[in-house]
Design a protein around this ligand. Structure first.
Ligand code: GLU
Length: 303
């Protein structure tokens, strides 16, 4: 019996070069796709030019190549898709599923982060406006995700999030909107990414329903954290991946994903490690607990 077609993706925001934590995500999503003879796409989520740059986008591509993670087909840059996102917003507004809002961050914070719908019927606005998705109280907002790593995950988007942002006051489109629209555009079937995005998955699923899009399979990965249990991130100055010893870095990443790479493969040629990893990839071994690493993982040796 042939497997249903699999299309996966890695979707970095080019706020800096990849670090070890982002490599673990890229590797898992690559292996999951390749194990199923699937396609693995690269999408650059460059929605916010104030935080991101084309220079980082090109460094990320080099880093993926050096680590043997070659994507299929053309790269999709979200910065090329802005008129399309605007069209989607207009359609949602036409269908009374989105509305403009001039509430500021402070007010929403005072509401405990769950928007109360104050601007839903407003006509006159003060200053710049954001656009929100209207999340009305219905059974449809109760979302169950069956995550391949974390298992069942439930959230009522109405109760926990409320009307959420599709376009920010500063004119930038939200990650939620662009990600959902492009997963559909690229016909993604499987999303494999960090577990920090599990809590936003129900709102993405809800938006998919509003737009009559297909639903996807999800697998969220444990976060790679430092000794203070903080996610490795560009903001926390996680070191950029080094180009040196890419084979050893991949070996460590497999270890973090509990794939039990044999020690004889430590230092083996990269394509040999990756072939072994595709052959042996088993998502059921991936742990749910955060994985702690010392900062300079590539200097560690095999046990
Ligand atoms: N662009 C997001 C990030 O770099 C990932 C989005 C996703 O995989 O859905 O964290």
């Amino acid at each position: 019996m042939s497997l249903p077609q699999y299309i996966g993706r890695f979707a970095p925001s080019p706020t800096g070069p990849l670090h070890f934590g982002s490599l673990v995500c890229a590797l898992a999503s690559y292996l999951d796709a390749k194990k199923c003879n699937g396609t693995w796409l690269l999408r650059i989520e460059d929605l916010d030019p104030l935080r991101e740059s084309i220079r980082h986008a090109s460094t990320i591509q080099d880093q993926l190549d050096i680590h043997g993670l070659h994507w299929d087909g053309e790269i999709l840059y979200q910065s090329n898709r802005l008129p399309h996102y605007q069209d989607i917003i207009e359609d949602l507004k036409q269908n009374n599923l989105a509305f403009d809002c001039d509430c500021n961050r402070k007010r929403v914070k005072e509401l405990g982060g769950v928007y109360d719908g104050q601007c839903r019927n407003k006509i006159k606005f003060r200053g710049d406006v954001s656009t929100r998705l209207l999340v009305a109280k219905t059974e449809e907002t109760k979302i169950f995700i069956n995550d391949e790593v974390f298992g069942d995950y439930y959230q009522d988007v109405y109760r926990c999030v409320g009307d959420f942002i599709l376009k920010r006051r500063d004119g930038f489109f939200s990650y939620q909107l662009a990600s959902v629209v492009d997963d559909e555009k690229q016909q993604i079937t499987h999303v494999v990414r960090g577990s920090d995005l599990l809590p936003v998955t129900p709102r993405q699923r809800y938006l998919q329903k509003c737009l009559n899009y297909r639903s996807l399979r999800y697998a969220h990965l444990p976060l790679v954290v430092n000794l203070d249990n903080q996610k490795l991130s560009k903001q926390r100055k996680a070191p950029a991946l080094r180009n040196k010893d890419a084979n050893k870095t991949i070996w460590h990443a497999l270890n973090i994903l509990h794939q039990k790479p044999p020690s004889y493969l430590f230092g083996a040629p990269l394509d040999q490690i990756l072939s072994w990893a595709v052959w042996k990839w088993d998502i059921s071994l991936v742990p749910t607990q955060n994985q702690c690493v010392i900062n300079d993982i590539s200097s560690r040796s095999a046990f």
